[in-house]
Design a binder for this molecule. Structure first.
Ligand code: MG
Length: 255
């Protein structure tokens, strides 16, 4: 009985101290998407060289993630077969089918991926040719039609989404293939789950540098600040944002 009373008393004291702590500080204001978006300065436009007709064939030590035939290396978010549309040597986001991700998980890597905004696309800002490549399933490198389409700069093509804008805008026009070459170093974590070393990324679009060994601050949230989440090896995820963005010639080299 005495034990129970002591327990009840200490529980009450802890609750009271928590309550007084709660009442001591104001609540954090709820974040809205636009609070983490900024529009200037807009990155300079650089006209990239024409995308070669012959695709850059995977080097001998690469893992081919898509060779033009099928999505056997990919699955949907539930681990079921990926249901995006296969075309002639490419595949396309099938609206409403959700993300697709690689079955294989990766740590440090060099990734080559080609993507195309459909010709005649309509819409503006983030609502035009939106997709994205998520590194280790957590960090989005934005894909968007930024050809004569302004948006917040930390949400442009090649941005670390809602964090770091690209150095320049090197878009091909809709209907023309773009290339991404992404070099990624995975984070390492301390025992308490904080970064020992944060993830870093280098991105080239059409041979033009967009991210130069950029430190990734944390997860790429639509609303709010980046979060540091402890994780191990992760998949490459491609985003279904409702736009018919196509992909081809995807290969990865583990580092
Ligand atoms: Mg996106």
């Amino acid at each position: 009985m005495k034990l129970i009373s002591l327990f009840t008393l200490s529980f009450l004291l802890v609750s009271l101290s928590l309550f007084s702590q709660e009442s001591k500080y104001p609540k954090q204001a709820p974040m809205k998407p636009e609070m983490s978006e900024y529009w200037t300065p807009q990155p300079k436009v650089v006209t990239p060289a024409q995308t070669p007709e012959t695709i850059l064939v995977a080097p001998s030590d690469a893992i081919v993630l898509f060779d033009g035939s099928d999505l056997s290396m990919w699955e949907n978010s539930e681990g079921k077969p990926a249901e995006w549309t296969i075309g002639d040597g490419f595949f396309t986001v099938k609206k409403g089918k959700g993300i697709i991700k690689t079955k294989q998980l990766f740590n440090d890597f060099q990734l080559h991926i080609e993507w195309r905004i459909p010709e005649g696309i309509e819409g503006k800002s983030q609502g035009r040719g939106n997709s994205g490549v998520f590194l280790q399933g957590h960090y989005e490198i934005q894909i968007l039609d930024c050809y004569q389409n302004e948006t917040y700069v930390n949400g442009q093509t090649g941005s670390v989404y809602k964090q770091t804008p690209p150095l320049v805008n090197a878009m091909q026009k809709p209907g023309v293939w773009n290339t991404y070459d992404i070099i990624y170093n995975a984070p390492t974590f301390t025992k308490d789950g904080t970064y020992r070393t944060p993830p870093t990324v280098t991105v080239l679009q059409n041979g033009v540098l967009l991210q130069n060994h950029t430190t990734i601050l944390g997860t790429t949230e639509y609303i709010g600040f980046p979060k540091v989440k402890e994780h191990g090896a992760g998949p490459i995820i491609l985003q279904d944002h409702g736009d018919a963005v196509s992909f081809r010639n995807i290969w990865i080299r583990e580092l």
